[in-house]
Design a protein around this ligand. Structure first.
Ligand SMILES: C[S@@+](CC[C@H](N)C(=O)[O-])C[C@H]1O[C@@H](n2cnc3c(N)ncnc32)[C@H](O)[C@@H]1O
Length: 204
């Protein structure tokens, strides 16, 4: 779903892993962005569990998008096996937690700090803020990278799709605005998949 330039940036994030925490993606789908991150992590010597969270249940829009990319999936299909096949080609120790966030985030082991967290699941509240609030206590000040992969999505919702509910998709933007002292922008790709990456600077 994200273009090559974003995959390249994510791969570099993996390469820059410092060994202080785990890496995860919330909203993995078939694993394209997780695979890019894992490629970089493996180069950096990553030796921890990689965590993936998703409901892995194809809806109509996902089946359509997959078909556009030449991948055949049916509505309602369990996509977890496809995710596992794609990421395990890069790294063996994958913990994939299937089901709806924020509930499934309870399965994350509280003992381990999170160094890289990519978030590509719902951009609306309360799901977005409830999920981020569950992950935040595991972030490492000065170290953790938070990737919000649909940070600028509200713009296309407003301008291209002209949907009246576009303001609901501002949840990630409002979160970062509220905590602008705690996060620093590292990179953003508003015209290439709409994501933005932030460094967690200090505790909220
Ligand atoms: C945009 S896709 C992720 C694409 C993936 N990061 C990539 O670039 O290849 C969003 C994913 O979020 C998942 N998702 C949406 N709402 C969810 C929820 N409430 N709980 C768990 N997963 C959810 C969907 O199943 C879907 O796989």
């Amino acid at each position: 779903m994200s273009p090559p330039v974003v995959h390249d940036y994510i791969r570099d994030l993996g390469r820059a892993w410092t060994g202080q925490g785990t890496a995860m993606e919330v909203g993995c789908w078939l694993g394209a962005t997780s695979a890019a991150l894992l490629e970089g992590l493996v180069e950096a010597g990553y030796d921890r569990t990689y965590w993936g969270f998703d409901r892995w249940q194809a809806n109509e829009a996902e089946a359509r998008k997959a078909a556009e990319q030449g991948v055949n999936i049916g509505v309602g299909q369990n996509l977890q096996p496809m995710f596992m096949k794609n990421v395990k080609a890069r790294y063996e120790a994958i913990q994939a937690v299937r089901g709806n966030i924020p509930r499934t985030l309870n399965f994350y082991s509280p003992a381990e700090p999170i160094e890289i967290c990519m978030f590509d699941a719902p951009k609306r509240n309360p799901t977005f803020i409830d999920s981020i609030n569950m992950l935040l206590p595991h972030f490492i000040p000065g170290v953790t990278v938070l990737g919000l992969l649909d940070y600028h999505f509200y713009i296309s919702r407003r301008d291209d799709q002209q949907k009246e509910d576009w303001e609901k998709f501002l949840a990630p933007v409002n979160f970062i605005r509220k905590y602008k002292e705690n996060f620093e922008l590292m990179a953003e790709f508003p015209n290439d998949g709409s994501c933005a990456f932030f460094k967690y600077l200090k505790p909220i």
